[in-house]
Design a protein around this ligand. Structure first.
Ligand code: TRP
Ligand code: ZN
Length: 500
């Protein structure tokens, strides 16, 4: 793995000046459109039900639910409500044994349906306690229920499997992702964008968000952590089962497990300052001497809550793991590579970037991987705002200027057009953040920050595509911003507006 994936690191040293804002908002050119351009996959903003873009044709959905970059992922024929991942990790054999129960309901008539799943030996597939026919075909597991499932009908399918989990090659990224074992034995999952189905069977597309129960068993003295809240720990005959509940809908790519000789460390000071229970997962030797930036999490939580709205989940914190050169915003438990702990500024930057994703990406979730700039551009811009909060406007302005110059030089595609084989290229981060800064200069601070609040308020817990963000910005500013977003997201990098 490489630092390429965290290009925001290059920004930490930069800075700059007066982003005071204000200014040009009074030069509105045209009234806000009264009908928005919200896409077919994003319907009523307040519902958390996934919105599917492809026709619902039952088993034909084996071909995937129609993502613009990874069309084979997922299945549009059903909607998962809840995953129960009951998993036992066996260090001597390096393998796991799992039973995953998927509670779902049909959104198309289903004679059969597919799950995304790769690797392992499948030992059983059952519905309502009875074995059902199943077959594997590439990364799909096809299940044939005893009787067809009708539209709207709830069903539950349990899949038992065993084997050695391994990182997988993703079409999107140049290094293997998924379940990974570090040299010291720590196991962790970094699955974005498409490696969730290499550790549990699922509808592996961010449109299908669901709640989760994790029951993770590991031999004493290991600890097993996952997303959400620890609700139980059961110790029996030399092993413990750690039960974690993620009660807010989460896309598959953010589901994680961290198992090892690790400590769960509560942080009462950050909890007090942030207004959310903060607990971190640390290597044992760091537990008594944690990286100092972790103490900033309380302030970071209130900083983003002030900008966007209330923190979306029941708990917050990070897992620091060895042998991982990147960072990933797993819901409620971002994963940070231990190497960052040698540089306080770098650690603070990745910490704040991943925390920003809890609102943007984890709660407001993209409905298509082609809209990845909505995740990474926002997290990067929020990271720059934190930099300004800590180091002042000159630091902010210089960051903007330097990153604009770097983008001009980069030759990368515009942020709205990420290549399928290089999804997390720097343009989606930096070009995305510059797009937001340009928007701010274009519509002024008032309308810009109103846009951010409205966007989060409207789409928290749900899914979005770019058109939804554009519509909110147009509504907040009273401006037609179609040409503006077209040039920033799809054209050669524009100069920043002069704004004020
Ligand atoms: N979303 C991550 C970030 O915040 C980048 C990322 C994508 C990643 N896929 C990953 C990191 C897989 C580690 C492993 O920038
Ligand atoms: Zn990010």
């Amino acid at each position: 793995m490489q630092h390429r994936l965290v290009p925001f690191l290059v920004t930490v040293v930069l800075f700059s000046a007066g982003c005071s804002g204000g200014g040009s908002a009074t030069t509105a050119t045209s009234p806000a459109p009264t009908t928005t351009t919200a896409s077919s996959i994003t319907a009523a903003p307040t519902t958390t039900t996934p919105r599917f873009s492809s026709p619902l044709t039952g088993v034909g959905n084996d071909r995937g639910l129609g993502d613009s970059l990874y069309p084979d992922l997922g299945n549009a024929g059903y909607d998962v409500d809840h995953y129960t991942i009951d998993l036992t990790w066996d260090p001597p054999s390096g393998s796991l044994t799992a039973l995953v129960t998927i509670d779902a309901h049909a959104v198309a008539p289903l004679d059969a349906f597919s799950l995304d799943f790769a690797g392992f030996d499948v030992t059983e597939v059952a519905m309502a306690g009875t074995a059902v026919d199943s077959a594997r075909d590439g990364a799909k597991l096809r299940v044939t229920p005893a009787a067809p499932i009708e539209v709207g009908e709830a069903f539950s399918v349990a899949v038992g499997y065993t084997g050695a989990p391994e990182p997988v090659v993703s079409p999107a990224i140049s290094f293997p992702v998924g379940w990974t074992g570090a040299e010291d034995g720590t196991q962790y999952v970094a699955a974005e964008p498409d490696a969730a189905h290499a550790w549990f069977p699922c509808n592996d597309h961010p449109l299908d968000k669901a709640t989760y129960t994790f029951r993770l068993t590991a031999p004493t003295p290991l600890t097993a952590a996952a997303n959400g809240v620890l609700v139980d720990e059961i110790t029996d005959l030399g092993a413990s089962t750690w039960v974690w509940e993620m009660e807010q809908p989460m896309p598959t790519y953010l589901a994680t497990a961290v198992i090892g000789d690790i400590a769960l460390v509560e942080d009462p000071a950050a909890t007090e300052a942030g207004g959310v229970p903060v607990r971190n997962v640390l290597p044992i030797d760091l537990a008594t001497d944690p990286p100092s930036s972790l103490a900033l999490q309380g302030d970071m939580l209130t900083f983003f809550a002030d900008i966007l709205g209330p923190y979306p989940f029941a708990t917050s914190g990070v897992a620091v793991v060895p042998g991982f050169d990147a960072a990933l915003e797993n819901s409620t438990l971002s994963l940070l590579g231990r190497d960052f702990t040698t540089n306080d500024d770098a650690f603070e930057t990745v910490l704040v970037h991943e925390l920003a994703h809890q609102w943007i990406g984890d709660s407001v979730t993209i409905g298509d991987w082609g809209d990845i700039w909505l995740n990474e551009g926002f997290a990067t811009y929020l990271e720059w705002l934190w930099l300004e909060h800590r180091h002042g406007p000159a630091a902010f302005q210089s960051t903007v200027t330097r990153n604009h110059a770097a983008m001009v030089e980069s030759g990368l595609p515009p942020p709205g057009e990420p290549p399928a084989d290089d999804l997390f290229n720097s343009s989606v981060y930096i070009g995305g953040a510059l797009t937001l800064h340009a928007l701010r200069l274009e519509i002024g601070d008032g309308a810009f920050f109103e846009t951010l609040r409205m966007y989060y308020d409207r789409y928290a817990g749900g899914n979005v595509i770019t058109a939804d963000f554009v519509a909110v910005a147009e509504e907040a500013s009273g401006r037609d911003l179609g040409a503006f977003f077209d040039s920033w997201l799809h054209g050669p990098l524009p100069d920043l507006p002069t704004g004020q």
